[in-house]
Write a protein that binds this ligand. Structure first.
Ligand SMILES: [Zn+2]
Length: 98
């Protein structure tokens, strides 16, 4: 299969890198807060329909994280430049792209 050569979104300016890193950290904290809230709701779910609804919300939350340039899907490092896999739409460090 022919693979396109993927190009990382490179930021050279250290100030912009720092701003990007700060924004990623804020978004990751928000993701973790929402994920914890959903896990708590799941532990108190009273019926199968409610559990399925919460599991779908967790799946959607996870997809929105991994399909945004916040962190590497493979390793979780969110400080460097990332590349988006055109098949999965997940983001990776350039050396972790499948
Ligand atoms: Zn990586």
């Amino acid at each position: 299969m022919l693979r396109l050569k993927l190009k990382a979104h490179r930021l050279k300016d250290p100030i912009l890198r720092k701003i990007r890193s700060g924004l990623r950290s804020i978004l990751l904290l928000e993701y973790k807060k929402k994920e914890l809230e959903l896990r708590k709701r799941l532990s108190f779910a009273t019926d199968d329909q409610k559990e399925i609804e919460i599991l779908k919300q967790r799946h959607d939350l996870s997809m929105s994280l991994h399909r945004s340039p916040i962190n590497c899907f493979f390793y979780g490092n969110h400080m460097g430049d990332l590349v988006q896999d055109p098949d999965s739409l997940f983001w990776y460090c350039p050396h972790h792209i499948p």
